[in-house]
Design a binder for this molecule. Structure first.
Ligand code: 5RP
Length: 214
């Protein structure tokens, strides 16, 4: 199966976790697009969605699904999102689409986090995919220096402003043996909004487009 077919298969497989009258948390990206398309077909069964990006909000509304404010909803039963890399413990690198902060908020308020990926995203050790970090613009060079001190090579993602008005540094050259430690440490750097490492709150279930799940 090619990559696009795997993205579709994973996105459609996540529908089995949607129950009647749920408010569904929806992530961002090309795999999630397939989930949104499938969710649109059963929109009468759900009470609405909360969204991790302006892009997904637009897709949800176009599919006839009401987009709700997370502050008005509280805890959500289900969050479905993609990832850039996934390790065997279901720790993730996310943020390739620059939506990492809102994605981390929805993962934090979700009872169940279902991650949908194609097989290329599954790795033994995280870090080949450059780790995205959302930063406050005036702290960009400070954060970059701090990352260099910690052995990473940060690259400013040109032309990218997040939905929160911030910038992204993509950190190359990492081999993340202890994702929990790195997430906790780097989140403490002043000016960091979010590190795109999901280890404190990993996925609960990973659906791979080749049929595997773990
Ligand atoms: C966006 C993300 C996405 O989940 C990640 O980039 C995967 O995207 P795709 O499904 O397009 O491969 O973290 O910020």
């Amino acid at each position: 199966m090619d990559t696009e077919a795997q993205k579709r298969a994973a996105g459609e497989a996540a529908i089995e976790f949607v129950q009647d009258n749920m408010i569904v948390g929806v992530g961002t990206g090309s795999t999630v697009r397939h989930f949104i398309a499938a969710l649109g077909k059963i929109r009468q069964r759900i009470d609405g969605a909360v969204s991790s990006s302006e892009q997904s909000s637009a897709l949800l509304r176009a599919a006839g699904i009401q987009v709700l404010d997370p502050n008005a909803v509280g805890e959500i039963p289900l969050y479905v999102d993609g990832a850039d890399e996934c390790d065997p413990r279901r720790c993730l690198i996310k943020g390739g689409g620059a939506a990492l902060t809102r994605e981390k908020i929805l993962a934090a308020v979700a009872k169940k986090f279902v991650c949908i990926v194609d097989a290329h995203k599954c790795v033994e050790v995280l870090g080949k995919f450059p780790l995205p970090i959302e930063v406050i613009p005036m702290a960009r060079s400070h954060v970059a220096r701090e990352i260099q001190h910690r052995g990473g090579t940060p690259v400013w993602r040109q032309g990218c402003t997040t939905d929160n008005g911030n910038w992204i540094l993509d950190v190359h050259g990492l081999h993340i043996g202890d994702p929990l430690q790195l997430e906790s440490d780097w989140n403490q750097i002043t000016g960091v909004v979010t590190v795109g490492l999901f280890a404190r709150r990993p996925a609960d279930v990973v659906l791979v487009g080749d049929g595997r799940r773990f």
